[in-house]
Design a protein around this ligand. Structure first.
Ligand code: IVH
Length: 684
């Protein structure tokens, strides 16, 4: 540890020693902070050391060395970048898009090497840009982009600003020459902040972190690059070090020399090991703070790599097994407004079809008018569409090339596009709602869809198309009308043959015998989801008892608060709803007697969950409420008794804690599955 006040005056020789000591201490802290992610001092302490060094170097400029941590940001480049010829070409990778292509590659390896099994490294394919870093006698001498693989651009001044790149190797016995290759990426969190800044300044936004990383590295002013959240990961070396026999050993050596290496690199022993590593990285994908777009497999044994050699510009010993892209750019053709079951108006973007996240997407949600305004998304724009996991596709942002050619900002209609009724703001929310109620055909259609859904009356064969026709042709107004349908009427519908009409009649007939909680849920009372319906059913036992209860009595049921109670009372007071219920009963809809539990056992009773990281589909408090509604406890810290840790993107230290205690870690998908299973109306 270096000690002594910053203001102390030194004799020149003492000053040199002090500067040396400060430099190595600061460099060490840099390494701990940027490479190991494990700082041991506060930012303030670090700043004090840096300022002292700066003061010393100002007083004695002859003490400055090129590797001094004060020398990361150099002067502006006058002209463009010089071109650099790579001493050894920078190759590209062959791609595999499915398991069969990996299988074929692995079979070729075994064949060519005449081995039963081949050890292969699996590591993330980083979605950034490749660079090469040349070190002479341990000093960073040149940084270059990949370019066309043969010739790149000299970006030395810019790579020097990236704190995770050592200016000097961490060894007393550096190799005479070493070329380290790797990827420069921009962190996702940094990318979001950068785009926010650029947006506020009225500048063009970057499409994705990869473009932002490339744009940031190719700045003529290194001071700009220095401010960008860039990170380097090493994945290869051109070296004469003959002690190294495996790719894995190369990584360990590079790590010792001070370079960051991707975490979770594994060595697989066979094909199934490779494929399971691919699955593992796919799961990890959303938790990382940088984009990865696949897994790179590399034969571990270096002499085997030599033996296998290259085809055209890609090595035979490596393969990139790609993930489906999560973000793509397409054109927003228009913005439609959908009317939901409760009348809520949701703007939905109509897109030029685009393949993203493994499916072709033609519609993506835009949530509400505020969101559209904030993102300034307009019909005709080029937009970034994101579909991560099974989450609903979303329009992330517009990329506006020509401001003048854009359409006017979009406005939410003031009348319901389906029935022309006035639109009102939902209290306390950004959303608006059609006031038409059941006059509105859209609300009627969605209410019917809900009524027949799997967890409600479970009537198979009544999809959106059929329901739309039934309502549009005036054949069905209320759920009760479904039980008045006959086969002949159904056969008059489009694409409805004899057999499907009969099946549908049978399905409707079967649904007459149901359970109280299903029927109650099917009625679509606001805020009464499947779980609340179950609690109400087991508490009261009959529909009549629920309908006759006042708000206070209803609130004695666990999970029923004043708002829910109000909606229930209002529903049963409505003349129209009473008629529908009477009709249903007259048409033979009946439920089995209910076993009553005053306490209401809930599906997740006895389970404890902890949440960490950022969830895409809901915020953490919503996730907590949903779990608690199902009877689970949600606590703030992981213990051996925790049922599961639910981990979103960028999880905190709870993640390691859960790993060390062997507590199951569930991703957002698993959470959604859990919620879908037990409360199907809350997750779209
Ligand atoms: S190895 C000879 N490893 O992918 C092997 N490349 O398609 C060449 N990339 O230009 C590179 N992550 O920019 C390697 N773990 C990784 C990588 C990786 C990303 C990029 C790299 C390269 C491109 C080839």
């Amino acid at each position: 540890m270096v000690s002594g006040p910053a203001s102390e005056k030194f004799a020149p020789e003492d000053a040199r020693q002090r500067a040396d000591a400060l430099r190595s201490e600061i460099t060490e802290h840099n390494h701990r902070y940027y490479v190991l992610n494990d700082p041991t001092v506060s930012d303030q302490h670090y700043d004090v050391l840096l300022r002292e060094l700066e003061a010393l170097e100002t007083e004695y400029p002859s003490l400055i060395t090129p590797e001094s941590p004060t020398q990361r940001v150099g002067a502006k480049l006058g002209e463009g970048f010089q071109s650099v010829r790579h001493q050894v070409p920078m190759l590209s990778l062959a791609n595999a898009f499915n398991d069969d292509e990996v299988l074929a590659w692995y079979a070729r390896l075994k064949d060519a090497l005449d081995q039963e099994t081949v050890d292969v490294i699996a590591e993330p394919k980083l979605d950034g840009l490749a660079v090469s870093l040349r070190y002479i006698e341990g000093h960073l001498q040149q940084g270059a982009t990949r370019g066309d693989g043969t010739e790149g651009e000299d970006v030395t001044q810019n790579v020097r600003t990236i704190r995770s790149i050592p200016l000097q190797l961490r060894t007393h016995t550096p190799p005479a020459e070493l070329e380290v290759r790797g990827e420069i990426v921009m962190t996702r969190s940094g990318f979001r902040r950068l785009n926010e800044h650029l947006g506020e300044a009225g500048q063009k936004l970057f499409v994705n972190p990869r473009n932002a990383a490339a744009g940031s590295l190719r700045q003529l002013d290194p001071a700009i690059t220095a401010k960008r959240p860039l990170q380097f990961y090493a994945y290869g070396a051109v070296t004469t070090n003959t002690q190294l026999t495996t790719q894995y050993a190369v990584y360990q050596w590079l790590q010792e020399l001070g370079f960051p290496i991707s975490s979770d690199i594994t060595v697989a022993k066979d094909l199934s090991g490779l494929l399971s590593a691919h699955k593992q990285f796919l799961r990890l994908r959303d938790q990382l703070d940088h984009d990865i777009d696949g897994v790179v497999y590399k034969v571990n044994d270096l002499s085997a790599q030599d033996e296998l050699g290259f085809v055209s510009r890609a090595p035979r010993w490596a393969l990139a097994h790609k993930f489906p892209a999560q973000e793509e750019v397409t054109r927003l053709l228009g913005i439609d407004v959908q009317v939901g079951r409760t009348g809520a108006l949701t703007p939905v973007g109509r897109l030029e079809p685009v393949f993203v996240g493994g499916v072709t997407v033609t519609n993506a949600t835009l949530h509400n008018a505020d969101e559209i305004k904030r993102k300034d998304v307009r019909p005709g724009d080029q937009v970034v569409v994101r579909r991560a996991g099974d989450v609903i596709p979303e329009i992330v942002r517009s990329i506006n090339t020509d401001q003048a050619k854009r359409s006017d900002p979009w406005k939410m209609p003031t009348e319901c596009p389906e029935c022309g009724s006035a639109v009102e703001q939902i209290e306390g929310q950004a959303a608006v709602r059609c006031t038409g109620g059941l006059v509105c055909p859209a609300q009627r259609k969605r209410a019917l869809e809900h009524f027949v859904s799997r967890t409600a009356m479970n009537i198979d064969g009544l999809g959106t198309q059929v329901i739309n026709q039934l309502v549009d042709e005036g054949l069905v107004q209320t759920p009760a009308d479904l039980y008045r349908l006959d086969k002949e009427t159904l056969m008059g519908l489009e694409r409805m043959g004899d057999k499907s009409a009969q099946n549908l009649i049978d399905a409707i007939d079967q649904s007459r015998k149901t359970q109280l909680d299903r029927l109650l849920f099917a009625l679509g009372i606001r805020e009464v989801g499947a779980v609340t319906a179950t609690a109400l059913a087991s508490h009261f036992g009959t529909l009549e008892a629920i309908a006759a209860s006042d708000a206070q009595t209803l609130e004695s049921v666990p999970d029923v608060g004043p708002i829910v109670a109000h909606h229930i009372v209002a529903f049963f007071n409505e003349r129209h709803n009473q008629e529908v219920i009477e009709d249903l009963q007259a048409l033979g809809v009946e439920y089995a007697p209910v076993e009553r539990h005053e306490s209401g056992e809930l599906p997740l009773n006895g389970q404890t969950y902890v949440l960490t990281g950022r969830l895409e589909s809901m915020d953490r408090s919503a996730a907590k409420r949903a779990l608690e509604t199902l009877g689970a406890k949600v606590t703030g810290s992981v213990s051996a008794k925790t049922t599961g840790l639910i981990s979103g993107a960028e999880p905190g230290s709870k993640y390691q804690k859960a790993e060390s205690l062997k507590v199951p870690i569930l991703g957002e998908e698993a959470l959604l599955d859990l919620l879908r299973t037990h409360m199907p109306d809350t997750v779209e």
